[in-house]
Design a protein around this ligand. Structure first.
Ligand SMILES: Cc1ncc(COP(=O)(O)O)c(C=O)c1O
Length: 375
């Protein structure tokens, strides 16, 4: 790093915060390796969408009208989309905030909470942005002991210290694909100190069976310091447009609004999400396809004696004797991109997103010879 720049107060500390490492872009892999076909199973996107109705709505914004077009600023707070979300989730519109992806809301809440410093409690093996958002906002991370197969609410509660401002919970958690039961969620919601914001990240919630899933939004009236996050990047298949939302009390939303950039979500994203949030049939279809992919993958993994972790989300963790970084490279050479998990403290696990059947076939065709008869 440029030595003059690292003299700027704070930059040196910034350079010690881990960087988020995104999945490799398909076109770059294709160019580097001279491959004709790439199968990307690395970023937990939904391969089945977006729907034609969503694309038609985006096209109408591009065509432009008196009220919307690419040359005009979008609705600053995304009122019309927030209204649709509020209807779907059964809350009032002032209890919905939008973000440029739910990652931006993770940054917003950290920015608000760590204005005077403090700490966050994060279960081990959680989504990297929780720690990055905390630290870039000036907070300190306390990691709990959770294992790859278990999230321990009592350990989360025990880890809280005097200056804790935020607790994060992936529900289900990425990359482990596990979630806590209703009773544990209730304990966390009710026993966590009132001056701590509980952030329940439900990015993959729509992949769960709606009849069984303990939705943290059920506790919004009970706990003013609760933020429940959803994204349009996963089951809604709009990762490229960057849009997500948070639900909370109107007091909490008013604080988040103070750290939200004006016009933080764009026209195309707002319009696409307005259509998508109402399309329960597409969600049910995607959930079913995901369940089928998981079942087929489990059978194939058993044939290869591969150990899997996680039953939630649109992905799975697979343990391998070969270091994850090596397996990742070998698969990449064969045109399949997965996510190695060494950065998440899991050096012998890769995370595989469930794609279409032909993509999963391509994964096993590439993986079988490398695994040489077994994980
Ligand atoms: C648990 C979790 N939360 C949030 C996100 C971020 O999603 P977005 O695209 O809305 O920023 C992801 C993306 O992978 C995720 O896995």
């Amino acid at each position: 790093m440029n030595s003059k720049l690292s003299c700027v107060s704070g930059f040196d500390r910034l350079s010690r915060i881990p960087l988020y490492v995104p999945g490799k872009p398909i076109q770059e892999v294709q160019r580097e390796l001279g491959l004709s076909r790439i199968v990307k199973l690395a970023s937990n996107e939904n391969p089945w969408g977006p729907t034609e109705a969503v694309k038609a709505r985006v096209a109408s914004v591009i065509a432009g009208s008196e009220f919307e077009g690419l040359g005009l600023y979008p609705v600053s707070d995304g009122y019309y989309l927030r209204k649709r979300i509020a209807e779907r989730r059964g809350v009032s519109v002032d209890r919905v905030v939008l973000g440029n992806g739910s990652s931006e809301i993770l940054e917003m809440v950290a920015k608000a909470a760590f204005l005077d410093g403090g700490s966050s409690v994060i279960p081990k093996h959680s989504f990297a942005i929780y720690g990055i958002a905390t630290q870039t906002a000036g907070g300190r991370v306390i990691e709990t002991r959770a294992s790859a197969t278990e999230l321990d609410v009592d350990d989360i509660l025990r880890s809280v210290v005097d200056d804790t401002r935020l607790v994060y919970l992936g529900h289900p958690n990425n990359p482990t694909g596990i979630r806590i039961e209703r009773s544990a969620l209730e304990r966390l919601v009710r026993q966590l100190r009132e001056d701590i914001v509980l952030v329940v990240d439900q990015a993959y919630a729509e992949y769960e069976d709606p009849a069984e899933y303990p939705d943290a939004a059920a506790y919004l009236d009970e706990r003013p310091n609760l933020l429940v996050l959803h994204t349009f990047s996963k089951i809604h298949a709009l990762a490229g447009l960057r849009i997500g939302y948070g639900l909370g009390s109107n007091e909490l939303m008013a604080y988040l609004d103070r750290v939200r950039s004006p016009f933080n979500t764009n026209h195309l994203a707002q319009a696409a999400a307005e259509v998508s949030v109402q399309d329960l049939a597409f969600e049910a279809f995607s959930r079913q396809k995901n369940a089928e992919a998981r079942q087929a993958f489990s059978l194939e993994a058993a044939n290869h004696r591969c150990q899997l972790t996680g039953t939630s989300g649109n992905f799975v963790l697979m343990e391998t004797a070969l270091p994850a970084a090596d397996l990742f490279k070998e698969l990449l050479q064969r045109g399949v991109i997965v996510r190695p998990m060494q950065g998440y403290g899991l050096p012998n696990h890769i995370r595989i997103t469930f794609g279409k059947p032909e993509e999963m076939r391509a994964f096993w065709d590439a993986a079988a010879p490398i695994l040489d008869g077994g994980c």
